[in-house]
Design a protein around this ligand. Structure first.
Ligand code: GAR
Length: 207
């Protein structure tokens, strides 16, 4: 059994997709947040999952918040930390501590559109496709080895909300699959690439 801690900042629909997937050998030991009002915390609590929030506004520095969050996370002895809509830039100390055992979902086709407002920026650039990326977390923002990407079209009259909804449906498929692949030991990091040991298990969307 692998212990999994999920970090969220808001709605938590990606966290829900992981919980609802009932991944074999994956024990969701806690859902944590930097936002005490994150809706996803209540959802997890209702399902008997341990939850806690550390409000980043209560800390004097990014370093102090990350140190406190690391202590909280480590109390659950995680094998994997999943950033599922965790809207914080992480310190190098945090990233190094969880090196190769922390993954993030980002709503763009990395390396394009790191950071925020990814769908509007893709529309503004005239992109015909958008998507999401699941990657290992490193000190460089949205830059670690890529585990999976999903692609959707951008249609002529799409708003950022239209694209976000289309991408989110793909996120909900890819993230539980990536967690399952990590838990089963299928992911091997080779430089900036992730090699999947059981390619035959990959879904068609995991390009
Ligand atoms: C998701 O679209 C995720 O890709 C994005 O936040 C959303 C969270 O939704 N993450 C980032 O932007 C990280 N930089 P959710 O709370 O419903 O899972």
């Amino acid at each position: 059994m692998k212990n999994i801690v999920i970090l969220i900042s808001g709605r938590g629909s990606n966290m829900q997709s992981i919980v609802n997937a009932n991944i074999p050998n994956a024990n969701i030991v806690a859902v944590l947040s930097n936002n005490p009002d994150a809706a996803g915390l209540a959802w997890a609590t209702e399902r008997g999952i341990a939850t806690a929030a550390l409000n980043h506004k209560d800390f004097a520095s990014r370093e102090a918040f990350d140190q406190a969050m690391m202590l909280l996370i480590d109390a659950y002895e995680p094998d994997l930390v999943v950033l599922a809509g965790f809207m914080r830039i992480l310190t190098p100390a945090f990233c190094q501590h969880y090196a190769e055992r922390c993954i993030n979902i980002h709503p763009s086709l990395l390396p394009s559109f790191t950071g925020l407002h990814t769908h509007q920026r893709a529309i503004d650039e005239g992109c015909r496709v958008a998507g999401c990326t699941i990657h290992f977390v490193t000190e460089v923002l949205d830059n670690g080895a890529i585990i999976a990407q999903g692609v959707v079209p951008i249609l002529d009259n799409d708003t950022a909300d239209d694209v976000a909804a289309r991408v989110l449906a793909v996120e909900h498929q890819l993230l539980p699959q990536a967690v399952a692949d990590f838990v089963s030991g299928s992911l091997k990091i080779v430089g900036k690439r992730v090699i999947k040991r059981h390619q035959a298990d990959s879904s068609a969307q995991m390009l």
